[in-house]
Design a protein around this ligand. Structure first.
Ligand code: PCA
Length: 197
């Protein structure tokens, strides 16, 4: 059976919940048809997250690595196309580190393309009735960092793993009182979209 590593992130930026972790928890109880599923909730910690992810990839050598994160303010599930070799944090990570203009991997390539079939995945999510879009930037925070690390690890260790990332809109309860009128998606809808992906 195909091995699938599915990752999410713990809450960050003052939130007490992260849609990515909630979706991963749902898969933990239900599994995914046709895949042997392994899950990880990564810390929003620029020092620890890459080490945990790299260790899991080297240990499992999965066929697929699908990573999830929250992108507050985005109205659709974003299928990321690239990861860039830049860390430039608008807010500190959960360990209090705020990195400005540093590489993810010194001397690493400027960018990696995600190795999932991103257009097919985007179509599959839409087919399930869930808004989805292709995205050219995962930002310069932890999500971009872990995509870069996963792709770099797969490339340098010649792993069979195809890696990619889905950015999820906020949950309704996260933005219910936000005066900026931010978009959101219910956990049911997010789960349905990720399952289709
Ligand atoms: N989203 C952040 C990091 C963790 C998460 O869920 C990001 O987009 O970088």
């Amino acid at each position: 059976m195909n091995q699938l590593l599915l990752t999410g992130f713990e809450p960050f930026g003052g939130s007490t919940i992260n849609p990515a972790a909630e979706v991963v928890k749902r898969f933990e109880t239900g599994g995914v048809q046709a895949f042997s599923l392994h899950t990880l909730i990564l810390p929003v910690d620029t020092m620890r997250a890459p080490k945990i992810l790299e260790a899991a990839l080297l240990d499992l050598r999965p066929d697929w690595c699908v990573m999830l994160g929250e992108a507050r303010g985005r109205p659709a599930i974003s299928v990321e196309r690239v990861a860039i070799n830049v860390l430039d944090f608008q807010i500190p990570d959960n360990a209090g580190q705020q990195i400005v203009d540093e590489p993810v991997v010194p001397d690493g390539p400027a960018a990696y393309f995600c190795t999932l079939p991103v257009r097919h995945i985007c179509e599959a999510i839409r087919e399930a009735g869930v808004p989805a879009e292709l995205s050219l930037s995962a930002g310069t925070y932890l999500c971009n960092q872990v995509i870069y690390v996963a792709l770099h690890t797969a490339a340098t260790h010649k792993l069979p793993t195809r890696c990619g990332f889905l950015h999820l809109p906020a949950l309704p309860e996260q933005v219910a009182r936000d005066p900026r009128r931010l978009p959101s998606m219910t956990l049911d809808l997010l789960f349905c979209g990720v399952e289709a992906a």
